[in-house]
Structures are given as C-alpha cells and as structure tokens.
Design a protein. Structure first.
Length: 422
C-alpha cells in the first residue's frame, strides 16, 4: 500500500510538471493564447553584476572526512597499493558584469583567480615494491585572469567568444632534472633494507621571493574560449515527431592557447629523507631498530630561468535535453570531453557526466550533477534563488578520485555566488 501511494504521488508530481510545461509551451506557439495571462515567470536580467563568486574544494582517495577528525587514524595497508592522491582547488570570481540585448547578443567582463594543487604518490612507493625513481604527481598553479565575454547569433547558431589575458603567479612541478621518487636498496650487506626518499621540487613565482621590494616579474599570456550551440532537434523536426526529444547540442573549447605566459623566478628545494642504517621491515622484533627517517638532508636555492606556461585546455561536448515537451522546466544535460593539464605527469584525461536542472519559473532553480571532471568524481547539488534584482547561488558536492569515496566523503566542495542587476 505504501509503495502504491508513493508511486501515485510521484506520478501526480511529474504529471503536474507536464501540464505546466504544456501551458507554458502553448503561449509560445499558439496565437489564440494572445491576451490571456501567462504563467508567472521571473524575467531575465538585462544588466548583471556578480560579486564574490567562490568555489572551494579538496579531495583524496584514502581517508574519508570523519576519519580525519578522529583521535586515532586507522590506515588500511591494503589500500596503499592503490596509491595516494590529493587535490586542492580554489576558484574565485571577485567581480564580473554582463549586458544582454533583447536581440540576443551579450557583452561582459570578468576577473578570475584559480588555484590548483595536486599530490599523487604511486602504490609502488607506498608499498615499497621494487621501484627506483618512481614518478609522482606533485604540482600546482595559481592563475589570475581578466576575460571579455561575448555572445551573438549567426543564423540558428549561438556563439560565444571569450578572450582572456592571464598571469601565472605560481607554478610548481617536479624539477626537470629529476622527478620526486622513492629510492631504496635491497639485500644490504649487513642485512635489512635502506629506505630513502629523494625529492627535487622547483617552485616558480611571478615575483622574487627573497626580495620583499620586488615587483611582478611574470609576463602575461593570452588564450580564448569558443562555444557553439545549435537547436538540433527543432531544426531537423525531431521534436515534432516525438515531442519528448527536444534538445540542443553544443561544443565548447576552453583556454585555447594563443600567447604563452612566462615566469622566471624560482626556489628549488632538494633533499633526502630516510635511514642512515639498515632497517628490518619484515619479521623484526622492533627492538633497537634505527629511526626510519633518521637522516634528513635539505638544501634550497633561488634562481632565474624563464619557462612558458599555458592554462589547462578542455574540449567539452554537451546536449541540453528538455523532455517535458521542450519546456525549460526540466533540462537534462549529458557531457563528454577531455582535458590537457600540464601540472600532471600524464597531462591527458577524459571527462564525462550528466547534469539536471529543475527551473521553477526562473525563480527557484535546483541543479544536480554526477561528473568525472579534473580527475575526480564529483556529485553536486546546488540551488539558486532569483529575485531578478538579486540572486543567490549556493551548492555543495562530495568528491574523490575514486567513485566509492565520492559518496562516502573523500572530499568536499562548496560554492556560493551573488548576482545583482535588472
């Protein structure tokens, strides 16, 4: 009986959406509806200013959030063979504005700061298997940019072209001379094993770190993004044959390199952490064992060597499907693409996912997404309250480099945004 009532409620809920969608659609297509009062819909803003739009997130594939705050952290040795991955990210848009014409074109300007940090240790390192100089992902970047945002129509196509000027303020990758790695010696003459971790990391900055009076030394770069959208289903008449198949398709190319940014001031840190005497990793009684990290050697140096930097490039294909007779009440959007990010040892990665948006009269919007993006599984939920003169967007997500931990709390993301206009 309870299942029947639940199904009945769901059916009535969905059916009410369909009726609402039919009513909205009739005003757009039926001239006999002229003069009747349309259903309420919040008007879009012609002029918009955005302030303090921020997205912050972190993720790992080893510990869930509740374990981090425990007094004692339990480590599953079996999971070490999968390696350890950590991602940190902050994206902030301190200010932007846009103007949208009644003829369909728009123009705007936005500023942006984006920070990314990664740490990836292979399972071979953590399980001390026979690996020498095993490569790891240790990198990060801080970019600041200003972008001109344009949108215009060419026949049935909607096209946006967004050129950007950006500075690289910080950039870190393993040194070109060597990669962070694990080095150890088996069958030590006196028995046991010597374990050493060697690291060599170079941090580039857009200004000299050792000179407090030094100004910005980084040189700007330029890239641009292009997007094309086309109402495919309507143009080929598919939505007339089957009304539920109403969709647009789009292709977006993000951060196409045009002029590379350059950065030259760096601090290089090299060293070794390990044992200066052999240790017994297995079958030892634990007595009189030397400290695993009894020997620490660290050196640092500053220098100047120019390198060229580009921002991560993405190509994303997307379809916006409106299953309720073409109404914007509900939109389902599958996405597929790839990313090239040079702060990783392997720059190429695939991206895919599906997103949904429930739009209640352009007044209250609920967004949900399940995506694999930036090498993480991200399950997101967001809401927007649009009062035309003011809009508040908030959202949270669970994320991790592994699918299971993206649901159990391997990472968390939060975003908030404020928009004003009329």
């Amino acid at each position: 009986m309870k299942k029947f009532l639940a199904l009945l409620i769901i059916f009535l809920f969905v059916r009410s959406f369909c009726l609402y969608a039919d009513e909205v659609e009739s005003f757009d297509n039926d001239p006999l509806e002229v003069g009747r009062k349309k259903p309420f819909k919040m008007e879009d803003r012609a002029f918009e200013i955005g302030l303090a739009n921020v997205n912050v997130g972190f993720a790992n594939n080893f510990l869930i959030i509740k374990e981090v705050f425990q007094d004692v952290i339990s480590i599953d040795i079996d999971k070490l063979s999968e390696g350890f991955m950590l991602n940190l990210g902050v994206n902030a848009v301190p200010f932007y504005f846009s103007f949208k014409s009644q003829k369909g074109w728009s123009f705007g300007l936005s500023t942006d700061a984006e920070l990314t940090g990664i740490l990836g240790l292979s399972g071979k390192m953590l399980t001390i298997s026979e690996a020498v100089k095993e490569s790891s992902d240790i990198g990060g970047a801080l970019f600041a940019s200003a972008t001109i945002n344009t949108l215009f129509n060419v026949q049935k196509f909607k096209i946006n072209v967004n050129p950007s000027l950006f500075y690289t303020l910080a950039y870190i990758t393993p040194s070109p001379k060597s990669k962070t790695g694990l080095m150890y010696t088996l069958n030590y003459p006196n028995g046991g094993t010597v374990l050493c971790i060697d690291y060599d990391i170079r941090l580039y900055t857009g200004f000299p770190i050792d000179d407090s009076e030094g100004g910005l030394t980084a040189k700007p770069g330029m890239d641009f993004s292009i997007g094309v959208e086309y109402p495919l289903a309507r143009e080929i008449g598919l939505n007339k044959i089957t009304p539920v198949l109403d969709f647009d398709v789009s292709l977006n190319l993000i951060n196409i390199p045009f002029i590379q940014s350059s950065i030259s001031d760096y601090t290089e840190m090299t060293g070794r952490v390990g044992s200066d005497k052999p240790i017994t990793l297995l079958n030892g009684d634990g007595k009189d064992e030397p400290d695993l990290f009894s020997s620490v050697e660290t050196t640092s140096a500053t220098g100047n060597e120019e390198i060229k930097v580009i921002r991560p490039f993405k190509l994303i294909a997307r379809a916006d499907w409106r299953p309720l007779h073409g109404a914007k009440l509900l939109t389902v959007s599958p996405v597929l693409g790839f990313c090239i990010n040079n702060i990783y040892n392997e720059p190429f990665s695939m991206e895919w996912g599906i997103n949904g948006c429930l739009n209640l009269a352009n007044f209250f919007l609920v967004k949900i997404g399940f995506n694999y993006t930036d090498r993480m599984w991200v399950n997101s939920l967001g809401m927007a309250l649009n009062l035309r003169a003011f809009e508040l967007d908030i959202g949270v997500d669970l994320r991790s480099q592994t699918f299971v931990q993206s649901w159990t709390g391997g990472g968390l993301g939060v975003n908030v945004g404020l928009k004003f206009g009329w």
